[in-house]
Design a protein around this ligand. Structure first.
Ligand code: SF4
Length: 368
């Protein structure tokens, strides 16, 4: 879609102007973002088409695959929305041995994954040296980028992993509302999380953050603040997915986030963060059988298939009814490729680094 295409649509003038500004590459302000987040009727299709166009121009047609290894479901935190919370006594816990993590990564490499994501609850049993060893082994054995997602750690541990060769770090901010953040994540503060995200940027990581849609007590203005925070942090990736209530958590009875609001937020995020990688999240695919396809047409350009062996998957239960729980990695890969090609898109064959300057092929040196 271009600005001419918009002129034929019956949109509110404010929405039309915002889409025209975004298509012309101008930054949107908070009021414009709030307007877009409230898109309805024909405005949703206009927003989708604009996001798809900006996605095509900024990051192209390739969809990058990240193979996720969920190596431990232990967590020291007690986030109200998450099934891995320490207080959940109904979850079978597991830890995957470092040697087996490296083996799983090798299996993913053979399937063609060029990014391995090492993800866990906040489990400090895996100390800095253990993860340095794992990162070095994977980087030594495979031609792949490595992403770490193990939550809050001291700055020197982030630095050690970066120096061991880790390329990216995922640390979602979840909500930019400081009061809601501390209510949902007892004992933690948004300011600390943002400080950690700034450290990660300073250390030269490609940084991923992101937020949930439909959290109890969240407002549209607060979602706009999420997008503004992501822009201020200049993230390389933003994961945006629905809140899904988990029956093993204190939020079991709360309504979940809607697919519509998730997709509208994703499309708005594409306009606010044109060059960021935006995943079609597993959570989005878990609330709608075609959720990931829809997300790809609303601005997303990444899918993060699970490469954890089937025997562990059922117990990495952040939320219920997660897709692909009984699959083995060998089955997921063709399924995901079929989703991508059915949309006329291509499967990314390189590392899928950020398109921003300085993150091209090869190592990115730490700056601090
Ligand atoms: S959201 Fe993360 S930190 Fe919070 S309980 Fe779940 S795994 Fe732990």
């Amino acid at each position: 879609m271009d600005a001419d295409g918009l002129s034929k649509s019956s949109l509110r003038p404010t929405v039309k102007r915002s889409l025209e500004r975004a298509l012309a590459g101008r930054p949107l302000d908070r009021d414009e973002i709030i307007e877009l987040l409230q898109s309805h009727g024909p405005e949703v299709e206009a927003l989708r088409a604009a996001a798809d166009e900006v996605r095509r121009r900024s990051v192209g047609d390739a969809v990058h695959l990240r193979g996720v290894i969920e190596f431990s479901n232990y967590c020291r935190r007690n986030c109200l929305y998450c099934g891995l919370r320490a207080g959940n006594g109904d979850l079978e816990r597991y830890r995957i041995d470092p040697d087996e993590i490296v083996d799983i990564a090798g299996r993913a490499g053979k399937l063609g994954y060029r990014t391995i994501v090492l993800q866990s609850g906040e489990d400090v049993t895996y100390d800095a040296d253990t993860l340095v060893w794992v990162v070095r082994r994977i980087k030594g054995d495979l031609d792949a980028a490595v992403t770490i997602a193990v939550g809050d750690r001291p700055r020197d541990e982030y630095k050690a992993w970066r120096e061991a060769g880790a390329d990216r770090y995922l640390l979602k901010h979840e909500t930019a509302d400081p009061e809601l953040f501390s209510r949902l994540r007892p004992g933690t503060a948004l300011a600390e999380r943002v400080e950690h995200l700034r450290w990660l940027k300073e250390l030269g990581y490609q940084v991923g953050s992101g937020n949930m849609i439909g959290l109890p007590g969240q407002t549209i203005a607060s979602i706009a603040d999420d997008l503004l925070l992501l822009r201020e942090l200049d993230v390389e990736m933003a994961g945006i997915g629905p809140f899904i209530p988990n029956d093993q958590t204190p939020l079991a009875d709360r309504p979940g986030g809607s697919l519509d609001q998730t997709l509208i937020t994703l499309a708005t995020a594409r306009l606010v963060l044109p060059f960021a990688h935006l995943p079609a999240t597993t959570a989005t695919g878990s609330i709608d059988p075609r959720g990931r396809q829809k997300a790809l047409s609303f601005g997303a350009n990444v899918i993060m298939p699970n490469v954890t062996p089937g025997r562990y998957r059922q117990d990495y239960r952040i939320y219920p009814n997660k897709i692909c729980l009984t699959e083995e990695p060998e089955n997921c890969r063709p399924c995901v490729e079929a989703i991508i090609t059915s949309l006329g898109r291509t499967v990314g064959r390189d590392y899928g680094h950020s398109p921003k300057a300085g993150f091209g092929p090869g190592r990115v040196e730490p700056t601090a």
